[in-house]
Write a new protein. Structure first.
Length: 99
């Protein structure tokens, strides 16, 4: 039951984390973490997690072509440290709807 409650709370958090008021409806921020054997790999995992958190089709387009149609995604930086499978990185991006 506790796992179900935690999952429900996480789902509500994810839904509302991406909500922005009408004044900032075109842009929002997302933060994620990633782990990999290299710093570049961990940063890539962060970017993937951020894209998946708001639109799976944008993530698929990014994986296929390297572009994010309909959105401008700007990285606000990463903080990386040794750990996990090699390195853990946490990053935040600003996502703006372009169309």
């Amino acid at each position: 039951m506790i796992k179900l409650s935690c999952a429900a709370a996480l789902a509500v958090t994810v839904v509302f984390a991406g909500f922005a008021g009408t004044a900032e409806a075109a842009c929002f921020k997302k933060t994620a973490s990633g782990t990999a054997g290299s710093i570049d790999g961990a940063k890539f995992q962060v970017k993937e997690a951020i894209l998946q958190s708001f639109d799976w089709s944008v993530w698929a387009a990014f994986m296929a072509t390297g572009s994010t149609p309909g959105y401008r995604v700007t990285s606000n930086g990463y903080k990386c440290s040794p750990g996990g499978l090699g390195y853990n990185c946490r990053g935040t991006s600003t996502i703006c709807k372009t169309g």
